[in-house]
Design a protein around this ligand. Structure first.
Ligand code: ASP
Length: 333
């Protein structure tokens, strides 16, 4: 047994020009939430409880795209989703389309423990929240001024943003006359067309192995800015955005549609199980072989107390720590 380990993320796909103060703010929140997880693990709290505690904290902080501060739908509303998986017994719970539940991850936990199902969505999930007596608030609680500004820009650019960058208009370089803006598709995707001050970090997740070697994972999000109402991403989908078993636990972030088609979280466990890959090898394999370029990242822990991550975006807000004293909070490669 390798001791406990924890990793958290606050989203993948970071603007390379993100101002220093925004980077520091995100890192401060990550460090604070990581410490909450470390303290819980030192106090022998079980993995599944630790991931819930940490994700609740990240949901409550408006810096990240989950709970308060969630990305907005086309209609300017918030539809949140979350999932949790306990590797011990491979139990899981998930929720989507939440509009009033203050901490979606805790409702996902209740689906896992107090319902006969694995996944509840929209009105049924809201009804279940009332039945279970979880804290509910008005939808406006989740909406920040910054996100209202961002939705406006996303609409103007006719873009659904997973990383809050708006591609600049693409001009055909062959027919573009002298003096016109010459941008190829690649250039456009590289360029940041947004005023930097309205940039914000993203989806949150936490993976933990406790000192008994049990693994758990949780992910929570508002989804993509300017998403269609009713859109469901990878975060609540067990096997795509979240997975835990007796070998490892994984939480993903990035463009949900790409993560779903790669079954990213489950594939890390699957290549360990079926291909016999080592833990970090498995993480690298799915990032390099399964995922479309520039789309996503993940955090992971193994039952042996290893912690790992990988991403093929510009960066990923993350933090990790292990029982032997290793601790890191970072954004870039
Ligand atoms: N994966 C999330 C989604 O597609 C977004 C993110 O990770 O930032 O809903």
């Amino acid at each position: 047994m390798g001791g406990w380990a924890i990793a958290i993320h606050g989203g993948a796909g970071v603007d390379p020009n993100l101002p220093e103060e925004r980077q520091e703010e995100a890192k401060r929140v990550l460090a604070r939430c990581l410490q909450i997880g470390i303290d819980a693990l030192r106090a022998s709290v079980r993995a599944v409880d630790v991931v819930e505690i940490v994700v609740r904290e990240l949901e409550t902080d408006p810096v990240f795209n989950s709970g308060r501060g969630s990305a907005l739908t086309r209609k300017g509303t918030v539809e949140m989703e979350a999932s949790i998986m306990d590797g011990r017994g491979r139990r899981c719970g998930a929720v989507s389309g939440l509009t009033t539940v203050k901490n979606p991850v805790s409702l996902a936990r209740l689906v896992m423990e107090n319902s006969p199902h694995s996944y509840l969505a929209f009105d049924g999930a809201e009804d279940f929240a009332r039945e279970q007596g979880v804290e509910v608030v008005d939808n406006s609680y989740f909406i920040t001024e910054e996100n209202v500004g961002m939705l406006k820009l996303a609409k103007e650019a006719n873009s659904i943003m997973f990383d809050y960058r708006v591609p600049l208009p693409v001009v055909d370089t062959c027919s573009g006359s002298a003096g016109s803006i010459m941008a190829t598709v690649d250039d456009a995707l590289q360029m940041n067309g947004l005023p930097i001050s309205i940039y914000a970090p993203e989806t949150v997740g936490c993976v933990v192995v406790d000192s008994n070697g049990w693994c758990a994972a949780a992910t929570s999000t508002g989804g993509l800015m300017n998403k269609m109402n009713g859109r469901i991403g990878d975060s609540p989908l067990i096997g795509s955005g979240t997975y835990a078993c007796n070998l490892c636990a994984i939480s993903c972030t990035g463009e949900g549609e790409a993560i779903i088609r790669s079954t990213l979280a489950r594939d890390v466990a699957a290549v360990m199980e079926y291909k016999g890959l080592g833990f970090q090898e498995a993480v690298d394999f799915v990032i390099n072989e399964r995922l479309d370029e520039g789309k996503a990242g993940l955090i992971a822990v193994s039952r042996n107390g290893e912690v790992g991550y990988g991403f093929n975006t510009n960066g990923m807000f993350r933090g990790c720590a292990t029982e032997d004293g290793f601790m890191e909070v970072g954004i870039w490669e």
